[in-house]
Design a protein around this ligand. Structure first.
Ligand SMILES: Nc1ncnc2c1ncn2[C@@H]1O[C@H](COP(=O)(O)OP(=O)(O)OP(=O)(O)O)[C@@H](O)[C@H]1O
Length: 336
C-alpha cells in the first residue's frame, strides 16, 4: 500500500474577478489550477514535482494537505481518507503531514521568537506536557537543523535566508511527521546555500524515515534528489516515472523542452535548445484537446481536439501525448 494516494484531485479557484462577476451577474470565472491528478508516493520515497511557474505545483501540494480544500477527488494517507476527515481528525492528521514553504521569511511570524515559532506545533498537538519539555524538544530539533542554542530567543529578521529556512524545517519536523510537502524550499536561496539545505533535507529524511513530495522548477535539483518525478503542465501531470528513466528518455515534448534547457557538461555534443513559443496559457481558459498543443513544436490538428490519455511507456513510466507511438524527440544532439 502506498503511503500517499491521490485520486482525481482537482482544485479550482473562483476567478480573481469573482466579485465583479457576482455584481454583474456574469457567469463565474474559474481558475482550473489543478485538474484530475492521480499519483502515489511510497514510504521513504522522494517524488519530485516539476513544471514552470504557475502550472499548479503549489496548489497541488496544498490541496493534498487540505491547506486549500480540494474541489474534487480523494487523498488517502496511510490507509485513512484525508479528504473525508472531520476537523478534529484532520487536526490530528496535520501532525503527520507537514509543509516546508519556499519563502521562509513570509511564512515565519515576525513577532515570534524562534522558540515560539518552532514550539507552536507542539502546543497545537499537545506534544509537550510542560514548558520545559517543549523547550527541550525545540532545542533538540533546532540543534539538529544547525541553529545554535543562543539563537532560540531571536526573531526571524535577525537571520539570513538559509537560517530562516532551517527554522522553517525545524517547525515542520518538531511534531515528528511522516510526510512533508517541500514547496520549492531552496528556490529563494543563494546557490551556495541551496546545496547545504538540500543536504540537510536528505539527512533528515534518512534519520527520521520521512517521505517527501518535493516541488521544484529546477530539473537539476529534482534529478539530484528525487526517486521519481511527475512533470506538470497547466494543472495536469503529463509525464511521470523513475527519475533516471524520465531524464534519460523523456517522452513528452514538454518534458523534452524542460530537459533541453539543462546544460550538459560531460557531453561531446550539445542539445538543441527547444524554445517554447508563448507563455503558459491561463488556467482561466485552458486550451482544448491537449493543453500543451498551443506551444508544442510537434502539435498536429488532432492535438487541439483530442485529450490524450495517460499511457504506460516503460516500467512505472507514463506519459500523455497523442504522438507517443511515433517516438519523436525534440532532443536531437547537435555537433559541438
Ligand atoms: N487563491 C487563488 N485564487 C485564484 N487563483 C489562484 C490562487 N492560487 C493560485 N491561483 C492560480 O492557480 C494557478 C496555479 O498556481 P500555483 O501557485 O499552484 O502554481 P505554481 O506552479 O506553484 O507556481 P509558482 O512556482 O510560481 O508558485 C495560477 O494560475 C495561479 O494564478
Amino acid at each position: 500500500m502506498s503511503l500517499l494516494k491521490v485520486e482525481g484531485l482537482s482544485k479550482h479557484y473562483e476567478g480573481r474577478d469573482g466579485i465583479f462577476d457576482r455584481i454583474t451577474g456574469r457567469e463565474k470565472t474559474v481558475v482550473r489550477a489543478v485538474n484530475d491528478i492521480d499519483l502515489t508516493v511510497e514510504k521513504g520515497e522522494i517524488l519530485g514535482l516539476i513544471g514552470e511557474s504557475g502550472c499548479g505545483k503549489s496548489t497541488l501540494g496544498r490541496a493534498i494537505l487540505r491547506l486549500h480544500e480540494p474541489t474534487k477527488g480523494r487523498v488517502t494517507f496511510d490507509g485513512a481518507e484525508v479528504t473525508a476527515l472531520d476537523p478534529a481528525q484532520m487536526k490530528a492528521m496535520r501532525r503527520r503531514m507537514q509543509i516546508i514553504f519556499q519563502d521562509p521569511y513570509a511564512s515565519l511570524n515576525p513577532r515570534r521568537t524562534v522558540a515560539e515559532i518552532v514550539g507552536l506545533p507542539l502546543r497545537l498537538h499537545g506534544l509537550a506536557k510542560t514548558d520545559a519539555e517543549a523547550r527541550e524538544k525545540v532545542a533538540a530539533i533546532c540543534a539538529r537543523v544547525g541553529l545554535k542554542p543562543g539563537q532560540l530567543d531571536r526573531y526571524p529578521h535577525q537571520f539570513s535566508g538559509g537560517q530562516r529556512q532551517r527554522i522553517g524545517i525545524a517547525r515542520a519536523l518538531v511534531s515528528h511527521p511522516e510526510f512533508i510537502v517541500c514547496d520549492e524550499p531552496v528556490s529563494a536561496l543563494d546557490v551556495s546555500i541551496q546545496a547545504q539545505i538540500i543536504a540537510l533535507l536528505l539527512e533528515l529524511k534518512r534519520e527520521m524515515g520521512l517521505t517527501y513530495l518535493f516541488i521544484s522548477h529546477d530539473i537539476s535539483v529534482i534529478g539530484y534528489l528525487a526517486d521519481r518525478v511527475a512533470v506538470m503542465y497547466l494543472g495536469e501531470i503529463v509525464e511521470m516515472g523513475p527519475v533516471e528513466e524520465v531524464l534519460a528518455n523523456p517522452r513528452h515534448p514538454y518534458t523534452q523542452s524542460l530537459m533541453s534547457a539543462v546544460p550538459e557538461v560531460d557531453h561531446a555534443g550539445r542539445r538543441k535548445r527547444v524554445r517554447l513559443t508563448g507563455d503558459l496559457p491561463s488556467p482561466l481558459r485552458p486550451p482544448s484537446g491537449c493543453k500543451f498543443h498551443t506551444r508544442c513544436p510537434l502539435a498536429t490538428d488532432a492535438c487541439g481536439k483530442i485529450v490524450p490519455k495517460t499511457e504506460t511507456v516503460g516500467p512505472g513510466h507514463t506519459a500523455a501525448c497523442l504522438r507517443l507511438a511515433e517516438n519523436l524527440s525534440l532532443l536531437e544532439e547537435v555537433p559541438a
